[in-house]
Design a protein around this ligand. Structure first.
Ligand SMILES: Nc1ncnc2c1ncn2[C@@H]1O[C@H](COP(=O)(O)OP(=O)(O)OP(=O)(O)O)[C@@H](O)[C@H]1O
Ligand SMILES: [Mg+2]
Length: 293
């Protein structure tokens, strides 16, 4: 197992020293959330990450869904270890990172996940050191937050560099998305939020939904949200879920996969424009601040 961890680390380091040689590598930490559950967060995270990998970005997904951690199931894999094992058994983060399809790295959630948000200071220090060891190894780290965001897991969300909010066009999902923005805005008004409208029946449907949310958050919260993309309601998504394969690989030419590709392209383009320096250290120092409080 340690050999496997070493091999993964060596592979990542090699990638660093060759293609990334003189470039300062920042790591952007992104929390993917929704108000209402079951709107497609996990599917978005997995397929968007595969799209980013396709554009030569190095991505790590960490499953922080307390209710039902299921990233490994979506990827058609059985994970050996989870983030819970890492903390409870004090294992190196490199030995709990799994190698998913197309070389996508992920850490499974595992049962007892809620407890990791209530770490004592010894465990918390160990946790910080492990996360710190990811410095310069990944361009993006995604937290799949699940629907059940508790007050402690909220610290992970608020410490992230960016939030991606997923909603569907359903009024209940929109209302809950607004509630989530309101809460984030209260605690961390500067935190950038981008929005994905998933399961849209048409482009118009998606535009209408996003306009609706953007207008309301601007008007009542004075918060600007960036609209990232509309993803269509596509039966390929549930077919792929049943086949336990990410739809981006299962049906690369499907409408859903094309929409993911578009979202990735736009995201990367905007990222270059902003080009903020985001680091694991800035994420950790914020997280430590919350946990001390
Ligand atoms: N674009 C889509 N088109 C069709 N079906 C979709 C789409 N996105 C999601 N689904 C369906 O919704 C289900 C739930 O998706 P997913 O597990 O990604 O949601 P979630 O937001 O992560 O849920 P939870 O809140 O429980 O974590 C999928 O199994 C799939 O059947
Ligand atoms: Mg999920």
């Amino acid at each position: 197992m340690n050999d496997q961890a070493d091999a993964l680390r060596n592979k990542m380091t090699r990638a660093n020293t060759t293609s990334e040689k003189n470039r300062e590598i920042n790591t952007k930490v992104i929390a993917v959330v929704s108000g209402k559950g079951g709107v497609g967060k996990s599917n978005f995270v997995v397929n968007f990450s595969l799209g980013l990998q396709n554009s030569k970005k190095r991505v790590l997904i960490i499953d922080l869904d307390i209710g039902m951690a299921n990233i490994d199931i979506l990827l058609g894999q059985t994970s050996t270890y989870s983030i819970v094992d890492m903390i409870q058994k004090e294992m190196s983060i490199w030995s709990v990172i799994e190698n998913g399809p197309s070389g996508l790295s992920y850490i499974a959630g595992g049962s007892g996940l809620a407890d990791i948000f209530e770490m004592d200071s010894g465990k918390a220090d160990f946790f910080y050191r492990q996360i710190e060891s990811l410095t310069k190894e990944f361009d993006y780290i995604f937290f799949d937050m699940g629907a059940g965001v508790t007050s402690s897991s909220f610290h992970f969300l608020l410490s992230s560099h960016e939030v991606i909010l997923v909603t569907t066009p359903e009024p209940t999902s929109i209302t809950d998305a607004y509630g989530m923005v309101k809460y984030i805005n209260l605690k961390e008004p500067e935190l950038p939020i981008s929005m994905i409208v998933n399961r849209a029946r048409s482009t118009k449907d998606g535009k209408h939904t996003s306009q609706n949310v953007l207008n309301v958050t601007k008007r009542f919260l004075n918060k600007d949200i960036r609209f990232l993309a509309t993803l269509p309601d596509d039966e390929v998504v549930w077919k792929a879920v049943r086949a336990q394969q990410p739809f981006y690989l299962y049906a690369p030419r499907s409408k859903a996969s094309q929409a993911i590709q578009k979202a990735v392209d736009r995201y990367l383009l905007d990222g270059v424009k902003g080009n903020e320096s985001k680091s694991i250290q800035s994420f950790l120092s914020k997280l430590k601040g919350f946990i001390v409080q």
